[in-house]
Ligand binder design. Structure first.
Ligand code: GDP
Ligand code: MN
Length: 304
């Protein structure tokens, strides 16, 4: 019997470039998923990046809600990968299920945004993201697109548009559509407040904290005076305008796979008083990789 072949990969031959389609670069789209939204799947299907270069990775909790989401997800996957048009089919799809100890209760938008619930949630989310990342990142992956399961609307050229900036981490601006009762019209508001530029105030608060304490953004009783990308959007201005960021969110975020290969992950603990995606931006920075935000490039979060 012949011994199993040894597979060699030269990581230097895997390009990570501003022209990922021309260079046939593999993209790994990673989504932690507590609930399944049809809008997420429909949006994913309409992305124009060649699907044969895209691998999808999901992680879902092992609770009642996670079971329901997994069933829905698998139904859509079967439709797309088996009976749907060939051009819609993705290269491969990986689904992970994970238990948390103690399990995270299912939380609605208001409940999960309460400050006292954030620390545990963010730590659990960090572990979920790390599990997903470390089990799916392959030797031929060029880019990792973090895309939350409740992102239901993006430009079709999302991947090409973000990659073209050729930055280690690139974050679009995440908004949410809602019905404005004052104007009686559909309107939109900023959603993701984790894309920010640091402030002296936040630094001072952090300096006085205990080693395990974390800073959170978007809470009145912890005013950080950070500059939030959510508020930097200017209508009609260049969608490709760039701003440097010190913290990032995970709703939509394109990362060069080398950033993760260097060891940048999502701390589930206080890392420079930051946690999860914000801690990830800091860890990337300590490894020499600067985050970039696109304030005028919008993607949309589901409205519960
Ligand atoms: P928010 O929008 O920042 O309030 O955060 P979400 O609750 O939307 O969570 C971010 C992402 O993680 C979404 O894609 C969720 O579906 C997913 N998510 C939330 N809770 C869990 C969980 O317990 N396990 C896993 N695997 N994913 C989760
Ligand atoms: Mn969300």
């Amino acid at each position: 019997v012949a011994p199993p072949p040894v597979i060699h990969y030269n990581l230097n031959n895997v390009t990570i470039s501003a022209n990922p389609v021309e260079n046939k670069e593999n993209v790994l789209i990673l989504t932690p998923m507590a609930r399944f939204y049809q809008g997420y799947w429909d949006n994913l299907l309409q992305l124009t990046y060649p699907h044969e270069l895209i691998t999808l990775g999901f992680i879902l909790p092992k609770n009642k809600e996670g079971n329901a989401a997994t069933t829905e997800l698998q139904k859509q996957i079967a439709k797309t990968q088996k009976s749907g048009p060939e051009k819609d089919r993705f290269k491969s799809i990986i689904i992970l299920r994970q238990d948390f100890d103690p399990p995270l209760p299912s939380q609605d938008e208001g409940e999960r945004h309460k400050m006292q619930n954030q620390r545990g949630r963010r730590a659990a989310m960090a572990k979920a993201r790390n599990s997903l990342l470390f089990t799916t990142l392959g030797p031929s992956t060029s880019w990792v697109l973090w895309l939350d399961a409740d992102i239901i609307e993006t430009p079709r050229t999302l991947i090409q548009d973000l990659a073209r900036h050729d930055k280690p981490l690139t974050a679009p601006n995440c908004f949410q559509r809602y019905y404005n009762t004052d104007t009686k019209k559909m309107d939109e508001r900023p959603y993701d407040f984790n894309n920010w530029q640091d402030s002296p105030t936040a630094q001072e608060i952090a300096a006085k904290m205990g080693p395990d304490d974390i800073l959170l953004e978007g809470y009145a009783d912890m005013a950080t005076y950070r500059a939030l990308m959510a508020y930097m959007y200017k209508e009609g201005e260049d969608i490709h305008q760039e701003v440097p960021l010190d913290g990032v969110g995970g709703t939509a975020l394109l990362v060069k796979a080398d950033v993760h290969r260097d060891g940048a992950m999502f701390p589930a603990f206080s890392f420079y008083h930051l946690i999860e995606t914000e801690g990830f931006a800091k860890m990337a920075k300590r490894l020499g990789w600067q985050a970039t935000g696109l304030p005028n490039y919008k993607v949309y979060h589901y409205n519960e």
